[in-house]
Write a protein that binds this ligand. Structure first.
Ligand SMILES: [Zn+2]
Length: 509
């Protein structure tokens, strides 16, 4: 059936009342017209005329589909790329070809930092899963891949000069069994799973060539890869490889990474110059390998009990005039921040790093709300960090840790944290509680996929989707008129598409 080109505007649709189109994240402004543009090519191949318009905000775009063609305007290549992602969601199969509804969309992101964290320390997913993740991140306009590459339970990046990091640190002699739960261990800060497997896990790690491959893949999708190298805690994989970097080497089980989940009392010895040289070497190499302007050094959940007993750490405190053991972490953070600044990079760390006197160029990542978590370390809330003048990325665990279970009545696997339903995930607001004048410091947010109870890419996707639809909308779309019922309809439609693409998806719960 033919339709007239000159049909009038059908509706101007806000994000809250989003007509028949099912777009995620919701664009800013949509004017839907009658009719379709038809083509033989799918959204990746279909011809569109591109133009530059400097008045369009960064990463934004204007997409016009008429019955005669498709045109895109943007001020940068990222904007044109996101127009293409929108086009992919608009495309419908029509006979042998494709059809695209006539529409005019004006769009730009709410936040510049739209992140997903993947923890490969606990379980290693590998390049294929990472590429799939990057594909889907691009589809929903995420632009930061926070790659958590070192953990107590696994060191995943080959470092020249330190072969044991990947020979030993990328391997566990045993692991918590499926179905095992985690309980407090005998020593302060230690934990123990109720059941262990005896199977060796790994060694699994990325070489420089692997990393370059992932970086190129991400770059094509306008995704910045921010590597994270944890210090001074969560370091048992490095200490199992090189026990001499711990305060008490004789207490470290050598030859492998930690084999159980949890927090460990043994951390890097900040009083030992050799440890500091090692960490500098790693950070220098990471800067060579990764072009990211931001390098994440972790900093969360670092117990200080070893530092309090260690003669070298005590000597460092005296020499540097540090009053309490926690100041050793702040000293290390400052040291790394300065080193990174000389290379033109910014240091980033979990909110614990803001507890000390850290330069204002540091970026904080807020993960705690109540301040009672985190091994008794200093707590600076995301809002307080912004008020102090730090740029902040918000990822409060109760709302953004998508490795947490969805709150189903029947859960097959043990899991981190309390139930986080889709509806609850959708309530996250990075600017919540942040005074108006400090909001310029809120760069954006992230969902975090921690790996303890994600054994493979299937588990990862099951936890991530559809909740990451919520995150994509929170970080990209206009915050006004957010309506969960309306969002749910689009999310359900998009979830069906993902399942059709062979992606495992959790429930619409
Ligand atoms: Zn020490």
């Amino acid at each position: 059936m033919k339709r007239l080109v000159s049909l009038c505007i059908v509706s101007v649709v806000s994000a809250a009342a989003f007509g028949g189109l099912s777009l995620l994240p919701a664009p800013r402004e949509v004017v839907q017209r009658d009719g379709f543009f038809t083509a033989a090519e799918d959204a990746d191949g279909v011809k569109a005329s591109f133009s530059t318009d400097a008045s369009i905000p960064k990463e934004g775009y204007r997409l016009v589909i008429s019955q005669t063609g498709i045109s895109v305007a943007s001020s940068d290549p990222a904007g044109a790329f996101y127009a293409r992602q929108t086009l992919r969601q608009l495309a419908e199969k029509a006979g042998e070809g494709w059809r695209y509804p006539c529409v005019e969309i004006v769009d730009h992101p709410q936040y510049s930092w739209r992140g997903v964290l993947l923890d490969e320390g606990r379980h290693f997913f590998g390049k294929e899963t990472v590429r799939k993740l990057l594909d889907l991140m691009a589809r929903y306009k995420f632009n930061v891949f926070h790659w958590h590459l070192t953990e107590d339970q696994g060191w995943r990046l080959e470092i020249p000069g330190y072969p044991k990091l990947t020979q030993c640190g990328a391997m566990r002699r045993r692991s918590p069994a499926h179905g095992a739960t985690l309980k407090r261990g005998k020593e302060r800060f230690s934990y123990a799973s109720t059941e262990m497997t005896t199977e060796q896990y790994g060694p699994f790690f990325y070489t420089a060539a692997d990393v370059r491959e992932i970086l190129a893949y991400a770059k094509e999708r306008h995704i910045q890869v921010v590597p994270e190298i944890e210090m001074p805690g969560h370091a048992m994989s490095a200490l199992g490889s090189y026990p001499e970097f711990a305060c008490f080497p004789e207490r470290i089980p050598a030859g492998a990474a930690a084999d159980d989940w949890g927090i460990f009392p043994d951390v890097y010895c900040i009083g030992n110059d050799a440890t500091i040289r090692f960490l500098e070497h790693v950070i220098d190499y990471v800067c060579e390998l990764f072009p990211s302007p931001v390098i994440h050094i972790g900093g969360d959940e670092c117990p200080r009990i070893r530092w309090e007993e260690c003669p070298k750490c005590q000597a460092r405190m005296k020499a540097e005039g540090l009053k309490k053991s926690g100041d050793l972490q702040a000293w290390l953070t400052r040291h790394m921040a300065e080193r990174l600044a000389k290379k033109g990079r910014r240091v980033m760390g979990w909110d614990e790093i803001l507890g000390g006197d850290v330069p204002k160029t540091a970026i904080g990542q807020s993960w705690r709300l109540g301040g009672r978590e985190g091994a008794g370390t200093e707590h600076v809330s995301g809002a307080d960090g912004a008020v102090k003048g730090y740029d902040m990325v918000m990822s409060p665990h109760v709302l953004t840790y998508y490795s947490n279970h969805q709150g189903l009545e029947e859960e097959l696997f043990p899991r981190n944290g309390k139930g986080l339903s889709l509806e609850k995930a959708y309530t996250f607001d990075p600017a919540s509680g942040v005074p108006e004048e400090a909001r310029k410091h809120i760069l954006g947010g992230q969902c975090c996929l921690w790996g303890e109870y994600l054994w493979n890419g299937y588990d990862l996707a099951w936890r991530m989707w559809p909740r990451a639809f919520a995150m994509s909308e929170i970080l990209w779309s206009a915050p006004a008129n957010r309506d969960f019922a309306e969002f749910s309809k689009r999310a359900a439609a998009e979830r069906r598409r993902l399942i059709g693409m062979g992606i495992s998806c959790g429930p619409m719960k």
